[in-house]
Design a protein around this ligand. Structure first.
Ligand code: AMP
Length: 275
C-alpha cells in the first residue's frame, strides 16, 4: 500500500505519526482529536472508513451518514497531512468471512457489547488492520466511546503494538448534547428530547453519594422514558473494568454510561463521576 511506504519514509526521517480513525460525517468532536494529534506529532493521518464488520444492525450501516465532500473540505481546512480513505477490499482483501476473533473477556458482553453483539470484534478487526497499515506512534480516540477505548487498549496489548492511546474528552454542543455523526439524523423535536441523556448523566454526577445507587438509576431511566427515549442501558460502573457498581464505597473511580434510542436513532454518552 502506497500509504504504508510513505509513512515508513516519514518515520525513517524521525517524524512522529498521529492517527485519528473515523467513520466520517466529521464534526468538532473529530476535529478536537485531529487538533490533539497535530499539536503533539509531526504527521497526522485521518482515516475515513465505515467499517461494515462493526455494524450488528445492517439497517444502521445503510443509514450511516456519508458526507465525504464536506469531510475532505474540513480536513483540508484543518491542515491534516493525510486522509486515508480505503475501500472495503483494501481493508479486508480476503473478504469479511474469516476475520480474526479477539479475546475481549467480559468487556465484550457488557453495556455496548451486550446490546450490539459482534460490534467490538468488528472494532478490533478494523483497528488491527488500520494500525498495521498506518503504524502510528500515537492514536487519538474519544471518551464518548469509552468502552471502545478500553477495547482498543486491550487490542493494543494483545497485538503487542507500541502505539500510545490518548483518550480525548467528549466535545459537546453548548446545551450539553454529545456531538455525534448520528445527531444529524435527529428531527428538531427529537434533538431536544435527546438532551435528557446528558441531563441524566449530569444529575447522577451531582447527586452521587456513597451507598446504594439504585434510586439514581431508577430516576434516571424514568427521566429518559419521560422524554420518549428508549434506553438500552443506564449504568454506573467502575471506570477501569466497567463492572457495574450498585453500592459505592465513596472511593472507587466511577463512570455513568447510557445508550438510548430516540425513534430509530441510537445515541450513547457517558460521564466520569469522580477523578
Ligand atoms: P466515529 O466516526 O463515530 O467512529 O468516531 C471516530 C472517533 O471520534 C472515535 O474515537 C470517537 O470516540 C470520536 N468521537 C466521536 N464523537 C466525539 C465527540 N463528541 N467528542 C470527542 N470525540 C468524539
Amino acid at each position: 500500500m502506497e500509504l504504508a511506504g510513505y509513512i515508513i519514509s516519514c518515520k525513517a526521517a524521525g517524524k512522529k505519526t498521529g492517527f485519528v480513525p473515523t467513520m466520517g460525517a466529521l464534526h468538532p468532536g473529530h476535529q478536537s482529536l485531529l487538533e490533539s494529534s497535530m499539536l503533539s506529532t509531526d504527521l497526522t493521518v485521518c482515516s475515513i472508513f465505515i467499517n461494515p464488520t462493526q455494524f450488528n444492525d445492517p439497517a444502521d450501516f445503510r443509514r450511516y451518514p456519508l458526507t465525504i465532500e464536506q469531510d475532505v473540505y474540513l480536513l483540508e481546512q484543518s491542515g491534516v497531512d493525510i486522509l486515508f480513505l480505503p475501500e472495503v477490499n483494501e481493508i479486508y482483501p480476503n473478504g469479511t468471512g474469516q476475520l480474526p476473533q479477539y479475546d475481549l473477556g467480559n468487556l465484550e458482553d457488557i453495556l455496548e457489547g451486550k446490546y450490539r453483539p459482534g460490534h467490538f470484534q468488528g472494532v478490533c478487526q478494523v483497528m488491527h488492520r488500520l494500525l498495521d497499515v498506518v503504524q502510528p506512534n500515537h492514536l487519538y480516540m474519544g471518551q464518548k466511546d469509552y468502552q471502545q477505548c478500553l477495547v482498543v487498549k486491550r487490542l493494543i496489548q494483545m497485538i503487542e503494538s507500541n502505539v500510545v492511546l490518548h483518550t480525548c474528552p467528549t466535545v459537546r454542543e453548548s446545551d450539553g448534547l454529545a456531538m455525534s455523526s448520528r445527531n444529524m439524523r435527529l428531527t428538531e423535536q427529537d434533538r431536544k428530547k435527546a438532551l435528557a441523556i446528558h441531563d441524566v448523566l449530569k444529575n447522577i454526577k451531582e447527586n452521587i453519594r456513597p451507598g446504594s445507587l439504585g434510586k439514581l438509576i431508577t430516576d434516571g431511566r424514568m427521566k429518559l422514558e419521560q422524554n420518549d427515549l428508549v434506553p438500552d442501558y443506564l449504568e454506573i460502573a467502575h471506570a477501569s473494568s466497567l463492572q457495574p457498581v450498585t453500592n459505592w464505597d465513596g472511593n472507587a473511580p466511577l463512570i455513568a454510561l447510557a445508550a438510548a434510542y430516540i425513534h430509530e436513532v441510537r445515541l450513547i454518552d457517558n460521564m466520569r463521576l469522580n477523578d
